[in-house]
Design a protein around this ligand. Structure first.
Ligand code: SF4
Ligand code: SF4
Length: 396
């Protein structure tokens, strides 16, 4: 049986305690302590509870566990929800990518992406109302067996989904230039041609306010800033200040050390993720298109002294999946003590047996070093199952 732990947030200890349930080693570190249920019940008998979990876990099960096994009344669960059995997917329920003229409901796993296009003009409230209609109609079609843009997608599941799901992750389409040219980047060449696209911080905050008015933003909603490099955007100070009170995930390549980014990290409620994807300078240069490995390592060291950082490793077959790179990357991780190491893959390809084996080696090494690992959502369920078997074998 899976062991369940409770995590208590340092930041919300007074006046409110926030609890989170998650599976150890499969979820991010965040700002939480870990407590067993017995301690939570004994030491925080009246504190409100927030259920947080890895996006792909079954929160319904956790809610049932809290209420039926631990006797927690529903009024104590801040993000209590009504679940219904239906077909949906995590992205359709909880994910939103906000662009200037459109909103995407998913991160393109399926080829065709559910997108709501906005007419020119129109206020944020009208745009968000159109998005809500679109999302509801899509779910109706899926559950009535009618063909739609999501039909046939491997991410769809018949299971317990929230009746009115709040958003868990909001991506502003940041689209700005980057100082690297990773060979796998879908954005880099497009953006390089277009030059800098101004990210409109005011437009984005008014859209977030409209989502809030519609009840789609909850306690744990996160802003996720990526797709382009925040640390070189001319408006980065304003952008970073916009989301000061929300949990913010920032993706940076850490090629430069930026004082505004450093300030935001110091402020709290913020995790920095850097996709290093290499353990050696040569491999880094080949993958990223620039010889910046040493400065990235140095900047990561500085940022890690201010806030939690996560190190990501995207496995590219035959490029960075050799023992030398894996071992060198884990040496870097052991020095930086990240909140987690995230293993990922190029989502356009299936992982070979060899790549899965190498990925499991990295995870086993992380485990030996006491570093939490996360398996990225880009890795499909069947690959994840194989990986978990390999990890078990490696840990024996
Ligand atoms: S079902 Fe597939 S295509 Fe539709 S939102 Fe989910 S991941 Fe995207
Ligand atoms: S660092 Fe990110 S945005 Fe920049 S080129 Fe690489 S993948 Fe693209």
């Amino acid at each position: 049986m899976l062991e369940i732990f409770l995590k208590v947030s340092k930041k919300f200890m007074a006046p409110r305690c926030v609890f989170a349930i998650y599976l150890p080693k499969m979820s991010g570190g965040g700002d939480y302590h870990v407590l067993p249920p017995s301690v939570m019940l004994a030491e925080y008998p009246d504190a409100p509870i927030v259920i947080t979990a890895s996006p792909f876990m079954n929160k319904h099960k956790i809610q049932v566990y809290l209420m039926e096994n631990l006797g927690i009344p529903k009024k104590r669960i801040v993000n209590y929800g009504v679940y219904v059995k239906k077909i949906s997917c995590y992205y359709l329920d909880h994910f939103l990518l906000i662009g200037k003229d459109s909103c995407d409901c998913c991160c393109n796993f399926h080829g065709a992406v559910p997108v709501v296009n906005f007419e020119k003009g129109g206020n944020p409230q009208q745009k968000i109302a159109k998005y809500i209609d679109f999302r509801n109609n899509l779910k109706k079609a899926l559950n009535n067996g009618e063909p739609c843009v999501c039909s046939g997608c491997a991410k769809l599941k018949l299971g317990w989904h929230l009746e009115s799901p709040p958003l868990e992750t909001i991506f502003p389409v940041f689209n700005s230039i980057c100082n690297l040219r990773c060979f796998n980047c879908v954005e880099a060449s497009k953006l390089a041609k277009k030059g800098l696209l101004e990210f409109d911080a005011d437009y984005f905050t008014s859209m977030v306010q409209a989502l809030r008015d519609e009840g789609l933003i909850c306690v744990g909603t996160k802003i996720d800033i990526g797709r382009g490099e925040i640390s070189i955007h001319p408006e980065r100070k304003k952008i970073l200040e916009c989301f000061e009170n929300m949990f913010t995930k920032i993706h940076s390549n850490c090629v430069v050390y930026d004082d505004h980014l450093a300030q935001r990290l110091k402020h709290g409620k913020c995790v920095l993720t850097c996709s290093v994807d290499a353990g050696t300078r040569e491999t880094y240069t080949k993958i990223k298109g620039a010889d910046r490995f040493d400065s990235v390592c140095e900047n990561l060291k500085r940022y890690s002294q201010l806030a939690k950082i996560k190190l990501k490793y995207i496995f590219f077959e035959g490029q960075n999946d050799d023992n030398k790179n894996i071992h060198a990357f884990m040496c870097l991780a052991s020095k930086l003590k990240p909140a987690a190491v995230i293993v990922s893959k190029d989502r356009s390809v299936c992982l070979s047996d060899y790549a899965l084996k190498q990925m499991s080696k990295m995870i086993v090494e992380a485990n030996k070093l006491g570093i939490i690992y996360e398996i990225d959502g880009d890795i499909f369920d069947d690959e994840k199952k194989q990986l978990e078997c390999l990890i078990k074998e490696g840990l024996l």
